[in-house]
Write a protein that binds this ligand. Sequence first.
Ligand SMILES: C[S@@+](CC[C@H](N)C(=O)[O-])C[C@H]1O[C@@H](n2cnc3c(N)ncnc32)[C@H](O)[C@@H]1O
Length: 248
Amino acid sequence: MTAELDRNRALWTIVNHRYTDAAARSMWDRDGVRWGLFGASESRLATLPDLAGLTVVELGAGTAFFSAALARAGAHPIAVDLSQEQLATAQRCQQETGIVFPLIQADAQAVPLHDACVDLVVSEHGASVWCDPDLWVAQAARILRPAGRLVFLVNSVLSTLCVPDSGPASQTLQRPHADLGRMVFDGVEYHPSHGDWIAILGKHGFSVLALHELTAGEDAQDPEFYDIADYRWASRWPAEDLWVAQLS
Ligand SMILES: C[S@@+](CC[C@H](N)C(=O)[O-])C[C@H]1O[C@@H](n2cnc3c(N)ncnc32)[C@H](O)[C@@H]1O
């Protein structure tokens, strides 16, 4: 596990220096709460409860632009990420915008927060992709209050089956369904099947409320640097899966 964390931490140092540090401020300045590569609007999807006054933890927050949007909507976010560089960018954006909330450098598979202390856990291509689902979902269940909600975004199962070893999704299946799960690209990623997600969520006490299979809208553009799918592919097939679950 330590080797895996080191590998992913090193990858995110490089990604921060090449792309995310430069892009962070415009992401912080986006209007509303938006999900994923093509900015799907939360106001249309309605996956989150009323955010006013809620304590929210984002696991694998990166430069914390998603948490910033939650803060603007009235929530009290706490952003957790493994990468010192990603959190340094988040801190710079906090200083520039005046939107300030706690930033915690930690592994989302061992979150340094008390049991039952938050109302909502979110992850937008964070722990949801980069951590062992059995471990980070267990952490989400532990820190959520009873009936708390978990909402997370991941690469769709279909895009994962269609991405070649590098580059965006093709129109051809690239691997067998049985290869889903722990996968090694530049870093170590986790892409469970839909059935596996339902089993993992159930094991940790969650009921699935919804699965939104996100496609790109008509006015979408190609993502700046994430190689999951271009907008042409994503306008025909879902590039991302957005899961909504609640502690039962
Ligand atoms: C794609 S970014 C997610 C942030 C943002 N929503 C985005 O889409 O850019 C993935 C983040 O997961 C973080 N990460 C990877 N492994 C992690 C771990 N074990 N614990 C916490 N964060 C982790 C990385 O440092 C990186 O900042």
